[in-house]
Ligand binder design. Structure first.
Ligand code: NAP
Length: 287
């Protein structure tokens, strides 16, 4: 048809701000009903400066909505058992309602063992196998924050998912896999691509919705995007660069997320909202 588009931006920052305001009201209601302040424990292992910055940002967001955050910092040389022990203590502590382990954790540590020590009800970042299993089956859980935030954005912009062809690039347990499951549960037809996928550009060209979760700057080219497609860039690479070539993709796409200001703020908003709901559940407060 030759129809051209210049995409409208999907404003994750504004939507995230709205979720934060709503969450602040929920936190207030929880405090009034239970006299307890919802609390997130953040666990940082090692001295990665980017991870330390992310943790600070998340703790600041907690405070913004009236929640408390407790910071656990462990040195790079710590063993898997020591990290697991620390998480078990947080798991048993009734004053802690959500547990977030900042990833990546340093290499010698068994990340999966660390994540699995988080009980389902406190898994507000959606990293455990129990949460992923429930997400796949469409059962209630605090789903992984980035795909959860992306689903909120898609709903906000009324993107038709029923019967749409969604192509997810990336199959990590925290992003690509839960994303694909959530889209399937929303009646999309999903193709999940990864580093061994053949003819990736031609698969992407067939997509009504493209979700880039690759971890490679400007990896998805504008020429791969079908006219009118919705492009979600989950990538966050150094220098505020996404996984999509934004300047190339904005022409054919109908909707696109900017980096920064698209998926990133939605991820944090999902985490904060999950923590409020986790506290409400644990304290028996109906929201
Ligand atoms: P990851 O664990 O490194 O996974 C990357 C995925 O991309 C893997 O499944 C990998 O395939 C696939 N991949 C790598 N090269 C590819 C290629 N040439 N063609 C097709 N697929 C390829 O990364 P992640 O944790 O999912 O994160 C992905 C991106 O999202 C990163 O940019 C990260 O910074 C960003 N992120 C953003 C947020 C946020 O809040 N905005 C949160 C989390 C992550 P294999 O499985 O075959 O190796």
């Amino acid at each position: 048809m030759g129809t051209t588009f210049k995409a409208k931006l999907m404003d994750g920052k504004t939507l995230a701000d709205r979720i934060m305001v709503e969450t602040a009201r929920k936190v207030d209601a929880i405090r009034q009903a239970s006299h307890v302040t919802p609390t997130l424990a953040t666990v940082l292992v090692g001295d990665d400066s980017a991870s330390a910055t992310y943790i600070r940002m998340k703790r600041k967001r907690c405070e913004q909505v009236g929640m408390r955050s407790v910071s656990v910092e462990l040195p790079a040389g710590v063993t898997t058992e020591e990290v697991v022990d620390r998480i078990r203590k947080l798991a048993e502590d009734p004053a802690i309602h959500g547990i977030l382990v900042q990833h990546p954790v340093p290499n010698p540590i068994d990340k999966r063992a660390v994540f699995e020590a988080i009980p389902l009800e406190k898994d507000v970042d959606g990293v455990t196998s129990a949460t992923l299993g429930r997400t796949i089956l469409g059962m209630p859980a605090f789903a992984s924050c980035t795909p959860d935030g992306i689903m909120r954005l898609l709903r906000e912009y009324q993107v038709e998912l029923d019967g749409a062809h969604a192509v997810v690039i990336g199959r990590s347990p925290i992003l690509g896999r839960p994303m694909a499951s959530m889209l399937i549960n929303a009646q999309a037809t999903v193709t999940l691509c990864h580093s061994r996928t053949r003819s990736l550009p031609s698969i992407v060209r067939g997509a009504d919705i493209v979700i880039a979760a690759v971890g490679k700057p400007r990896f998805v080219q504008g020429g791969w995007i079908k006219v009118g497609a919705v492009v979600i860039d989950a990538g966050y690479n150094p220098g505020n660069v996404g996984d999509v070539d934004f300047d190339g993709a904005i022409e054919p796409a109908s909707l696109i997320t900017p980096v920064p200001g698209g998926v990133g703020p939605m991820t944090i908003a999902a985490l904060i909202e999950h923590t409020a709901y986790a506290a409400a559940q644990q304290l028996g407060v109906a929201l």
